[in-house]
Design a binder for this molecule. Structure first.
Ligand SMILES: [Zn+2]
Length: 369
């Protein structure tokens, strides 16, 4: 059997890569699609940028996906482009999905945020806290698409920071999922249950590639979040969070894994075998922890004499957009006593070769001064 991860290598939309993804990067691909795909302008952002959707398939199971509602969360956008390309591949699986499902995808819901590389939109509103009031044009666009299309399932597509680990383990949460709650009690309705079962199916697929690197997101209820709102409207909704894969700051590995998860979820919906997966297994996926730094420096007192013995320094990268290019700038957080944190990269200052590595990293040296 062909693994989904191998399929992704063949159908990857290579023109769109890296973390900085805007309308300008995505529209040429959308414009190149054949007539199996219907591309529509569905509205405008605060600054008048076009928001587009792609619709395909003719089946009765309707799936709505939207990505980059947070402008700087582009990994799932790359994955939906790959998914669209896969549908065009004409394989048996692609054709059966097109026959059984109708899928509508909004690749970039927040094009202003995408351009500025910000979470928020141009009015500085977090669209994922605007689901009830819908004060923003982008929130209205999503809602009107939802009402017109009347999806049976919703995929809410995001990125998460590098800080997340799985449970208490030193494994990064490369992918996290959530079946959002629809009330304060976090009850399990039939629709929320289906979200859980779909997540179980996707987790099973991912465990083959990234054992122990899938986490479950916190399910605190917030009606202002879009996922919670759609779940309240009784539509099985799944939150996807693309996270860190070792040394993959461009998130191209994670992109491939999200493609695999997406294809698995859609396949299970297409074949209507959701009942093969149990809700119980959803709760067996460990919750996310927040124990990672991008760099952990041990025995930091060697480089900063003001620190006590056995000090650790945690470094997090700040992403900055400068002249259309994204940079990752280290920022320092000191953890004098703590031992419970992990680093995607660990340097021990008692070790001369690690000290040399620190010294050769100009940006890191600047941050440490
Ligand atoms: Zn997000």
């Amino acid at each position: 059997m062909i693994r989904f991860l191998d399929i992704q290598k063949d159908i990857k939309v290579t023109e769109v890569q890296g973390r900085y993804v805007t309308n300008e990067h995505v529209f040429p691909f959308l414009n190149s699609l054949n007539n199996k795909f219907k591309v529509d302008a569905i509205g405008e952002s605060v600054l008048g940028k076009t928001i587009k959707s792609v619709t395909f398939g003719s089946g009765k199971h309707k799936i709505l996906m939207w990505s980059q509602m947070h402008g700087n969360e582009s990994t799932t956008t790359k994955a939906v482009l790959d998914f669209i390309n896969f549908i065009d591949s004409g394989t048996d699986l692609a054709n059966s999905i097109s026959t059984n499902c109708t899928i509508k995808i909004i690749p970039i819901l927040n094009p202003d945020g995408a351009e500025a590389y910000t979470r928020i939109n141009a009015n500085e509103v977090d669209l994922n806290r605007d689901a009830q009031k819908r004060t923003q044009p982008e929130s209205k666009v999503l809602r009107s698409v939802y009402e017109e299309f009347e999806p049976d399932y919703c995929f809410n597509l995001h990125d998460q920071r590098t800080i997340f680990n799985v449970g208490a383990t030193p494994k990064p949460a490369t992918v996290s999922f959530l079946a959002p709650a629809y009330n304060e009690e976090r009850s399990i309705s039939s629709t929320r249950g289906q979200s859980m079962q779909l997540i179980v199916a996707m987790n099973k697929e991912l465990q083959q590639y990234i054992p122990g690197q899938v986490g479950r997101y916190d399910d605190g209820f917030n009606a202002n979040c879009v996922g919670d709102t759609f779940q309240m409207l009784d539509k099985p909704t799944i939150l996807f969070e693309s996270g860190h894969y070792p040394s993959d700051y461009e998130r191209e590995e994670t992109r491939a894994l999200i493609f695999c998860a997406m294809l698995t979820g859609v396949k299970v919906i297409s074949n209507q075998n959701i009942a093969d997966y149990t809700q119980k297994e959803y709760f067996e996926i460990p919750e996310n922890g927040k124990l990672f730094y991008d760099i952990l420096i041990e025995n930091a007192q060697i480089i900063d004499k003001s620190l006590p013995k056995d000090s650790k320094m945690g470094i997090l990268y700040k992403e900055k957009l400068i002249m259309g290019k994204l940079t990752f700038d280290p920022t320092v957080d000191i953890l004098e006593k703590n031992n419970g944190f992990f680093g995607h990269l660990v340097y021990n200052c008692l070790n001369n070769s690690d000290l040399d590595k620190i010294k050769s990293d100009k940006k890191l040296v600047e941050a440490l001064l």
